[in-house]
Design a binder for this molecule. Structure first.
Ligand code: ADP
Ligand code: MG
Length: 762
């Protein structure tokens, strides 16, 4: 029996889903697969696991698993459910890519979707689970989609075995046809249970005019007006990325200054990493973390990490919208924005990379006599419900990474969101009482929004997924029951890349083109491919790892691959400064970092490893300096990124030691710099992984068009690509280079560049 506090009991009774407990449990009892739709905040995530627990689904040792596309949700929700049920974290636990608190006693397990996918590789039938809940299915994250496809096969197999598995798909929207009407997925459509939400009316106000690009400034003005003129009630602002969120928080705190307590609130933000660092130092700095491989996601792409991903473009684009800060230097506010200090504003940021204890703050009532104002990214759209929100301010935008499916070139763009997500955002205002949503764009613009955002799987390259599926012996990936399949082009591109990396067996050369195409789509995995699939990094990097057993190069490649996977080691200094003083500071830092990078790039032929040598040098130097926060701060390294690189190095080291009995890489995190001959070998290994990412410099005598000056030509693109001024190879412009990726900002820039010798090119 679950012993809940009366307080919890009272709060639960207010949730619409409680009225449906019977209906839901009936449906689950009668069917192996059930789809459950209910508005955000109706209680799906927190209550359904409890219903199942109380109905005895864990009584004979089974586990209830719940997958979330975002790390934030997995952690917060497990804590919430443990608290509501009065059970310890050892019983209601979570597992995300690098951490978790799972025990042998765990009965309810929240995890990211990538973690469950990894478990399927080890135990295809997921025998320890009695129920698997796929939460937030409407988000259509790639792993969620694939899990639904896999589970549609696992459920009947479990039934045949006489150990039935229940599957529940939960969605915040009613748009579930991709799951229910897809005959390949579920020949018999699963029943859909709807939870009637007790939603209060939300009045939507459109702007008459749509601001051209200063939507962050428009948000600021709108919050000021609401706070100034409208009755009490929390405000929730939707912006597109972490940098914007922080900038608006700073601005609002300045406009509605807070005393004593709230000062410390702000301070905490900047000292937080420091504190964390101090704790981590106590954990012995020179040994790589030992990793329990059972607790790991093997999936290469960062789970639910949209914010960091979205943060990457911030330096070049998003900061433009933060310009307003410049006008605020002396605290002058426009008319009508005067701060009403009689009612302070309690401003909190919310985004997925925020430390969990800070995320939890948004659920607590704001201090007496203040108004809550949460400035959030998409996280607040459906994953987390913040109590007491009466006003929503929606900029209408979302930041996404866009890929060119053929060339793989990616760029971050801030675009209009979909009508569906704008409506979700508006709905946040009507949870506890009637509310208002202020859309900072016109109704005409809204009617031009696409109705729904397309599923993620149709928008990105899929080589990592294809490799994982082949490792599960799904040879004809094209026949896999995807809720929405990737395009055939994307699948072919993925298989071609995997064939060229040697991860798949070559298709027979004979036959007509059509047959060849078809053959290409059903190549079995090679033994190299099986090894590659075990590394939690993208197939190109996995190939590098698989090759680097010689000449003592493994520790270096592990480090390079970790740094390339984590990305964005260096802080961004090319942003507009708030004051003259800050401008000087940024300039000084940038110069220092550039100098350090030149040192880390090494001397003589070592320099030819280019940006990757810098990564190696930076990680090496940081370890030698005792892995201190100060070292990172002084040298323009992002401490958080360095910590993550360390964890990934630990994981890769463990994996390699486990896979190859003949090597034994030391877990010592310190490395001596590679010798010149090792550097040459490293360059060759890097080229083996990035073989199709070759670029050739346009020679002066070939220059027909000015736009090609100092440019490079690649096999895939018609347009010139460039070495970024921040690259250590920018001044050298080697004749041939390989690159990690091309990101389009003001130009097409290659990232992670290193030089190759012409004679290596086949
Ligand atoms: P759904 O999954 O249907 O969107 P949830 O189960 O997440 O709904 O939320 C149900 C209710 O529980 C919401 O009103 C939400 O505010 C509340 N809630 C969720 N997590 C917490 C928490 N950590 N602290 C306080 N309230 C919470
Ligand atoms: Mg939920």
């Amino acid at each position: 029996p679950v012993l809940r506090t009366s307080e919890t009991q009272e709060a639960r009774l207010k949730l619409p889903i409680l009225a449906e407990e019977q209906v839901i449990m009936e449906a689950v009892k009668e069917n192996s697969v059930v789809v459950l739709c209910g508005e955000t905040g109706s209680g799906k995530t927190t209550q359904v696991p409890q219903f199942l627990y109380e109905a005895g689904y864990c009584s004979d040792g089974g586990i209830i698993g719940i997958t979330e596309p975002r790390r934030v949700a997995a952690v917060t929700m497990s804590q919430r459910v443990a608290k509501e049920m009065n059970l310890s974290h050892g019983v209601v636990s979570y597992q995300i890519r690098y951490e978790g608190n799972i025990t042998d006693e765990t009965k309810i397990k929240f995890m990211t979707d990538g973690v469950l996918l990894k478990e399927i590789q080890k135990d295809f039938l997921l025998l320890k689970y009695k129920v698997v809940i796929i939460d937030e299915a409407h988000e259509r994250s790639v792993y969620t989609d694939i899990l639904i496809g896999l589970l549609s096969r696992i459920v009947p197999l479990r039934k045949k075995k006489g150990q039935p598995l229940k599957m529940i798909v939960m969605s915040a929207t009613l748009r579930v046809e991709d799951f229910t009407q897809n005959k390949r997925l579920f020949p018999v459509p699963p029943p859909v249970v709807k939870v009637e939400a007790r939603q209060f009316p939300v009045t939507v106000h459109f702007n008459k005019r749509t601001p051209l690009d200063d939507y962050a400034g428009e948000c600021f003005r709108k919050v000021c007006k609401i706070h100034h003129m409208l009755p009490t009630g929390g405000i929730l602002v939707f912006l597109t990325g972490q940098a914007e969120v922080h900038s608006l928080c700073r601005r609002l705190r300045k406009a509605f200054p807070y005393h004593h307590k709230h000062k410390s609130e702000e301070k905490e933000d900047s000292t937080d990493d420091m504190k964390k660092f101090k704790n981590s130092k106590a954990r012995k700095a020179t040994v790589l973390p030992r990793i329990n491989l059972d607790n790991y996601s093997v999936m290469p792409v960062d789970e639910g990490d949209e914010d960091r991903d979205a943060g990457i473009g911030d330096g070049e684009e998003a900061f433009a919208s933060d310009d307003d800060d410049l006008n605020l230097g002396d605290g002058v506010l426009e008319e009508g924005e005067m701060s009403d200090s009689s009612l302070p504003l309690f401003v909190l940021p919310l985004y997925s990379l925020l430390a969990p204890d800070k995320q939890a703050k948004v659920f607590r009532p704001p201090p007496n006599g203040t108004r809550l104002c949460v400035v959030a990214t998409n996280v607040a759209e459906t994953s987390l419900t913040i109590p007491g929100i009466k006003y929503v301010v929606d900029c209408g935008k979302v930041k996404k990474r866009f890929y060119d499916k053929v060339t793989g070139v990616s760029s971050f763009k801030v675009t209009w969101t979909s009508q569906a997500s704008a409506n979700q955002r508006a709905g946040r205002a009507g949870r506890t009482e009637p509310g208002h949503c202020y859309r900072l764009y016109s109704s005409a613009v809204f009617s031009d929004f696409e109705t729904f955002s397309p599923p993620e799987i149709t928008r990105r390259p899929v080589e990592d997924l294809v490799l994982q599926m082949k490792a599960l012996n799904i040879e004809k990936v094209i026949n896999f029951p995807f809720p929405t399949p990737p395009t055939p082009d994307a699948l072919i591109a993925a298989e071609e890349l995997l064939i060229s990396l040697g991860a798949l067996q070559e298709p027979p050369k004979s036959g007509r083109l059509k047959e060849l195409e078809r053959a290409k789509l059903s190549c079995p995995i090679s033994s190299l491919g099986r090894t590659m699939a075990l590394f939690p990094v993208s197939p190109r990097f996995a190939k590098m790892l698989a090759l680097s057993g010689q000449q003592g190069c493994l520790p270096y490649i592990i480090t390079i691959v970790s740094a390339m996977t984590v990305r964005e080691l260096f802080e961004e200094f090319d942003r507009p400064a708030v004051s003259e003083e800050e401008k000087m500071k940024l300039k000084g830092k940038k110069a220092r970092v550039a100098q350090m990078q030149r040192i880390w790039a090494g001397q003589g032929s070592s320099q030819k490893l280019g940006d990757l040598m810098v990564l190696l040098g930076a990680v090496g130097a940081c370890e030698y300096a005792g892995f201190t926060y100060k070292f990172c701060e002084d040298n323009g390294l992002r401490y958080k990124a360095m910590v993550e690189i360390r964890r990934l190095r630990g994981q890769l080291t463990t994996t390699v030691n486990l896979l190859c009995s003949d090597v034994d890489i030391s877990a010592d995190s310190k490395m001596v710099p590679p010798t010149e001959s090792q550097v040459t070998f490293l360059r060759q290994i890097v080229m083996a992984g990035l073989g199709d990412h070759i670029a050739k410099r346009i020679q002066p005598e070939e220059l027909l068009d000015e736009k090609w000056r100092n440019a490079y030509k690649t096999p895939l693109l018609d347009d010139p690509v460039f070495i970024h001024p921040n690259s250590v190879l920018f001044r050298q412009l080697p004749d041939f280079v390989v690159y990690q990726e091309i990101i389009e900002t003001s130009k097409m820039y290659m990232k992670g560049v290193s030089a190759v010798e012409p004679e290596w090119i086949p």
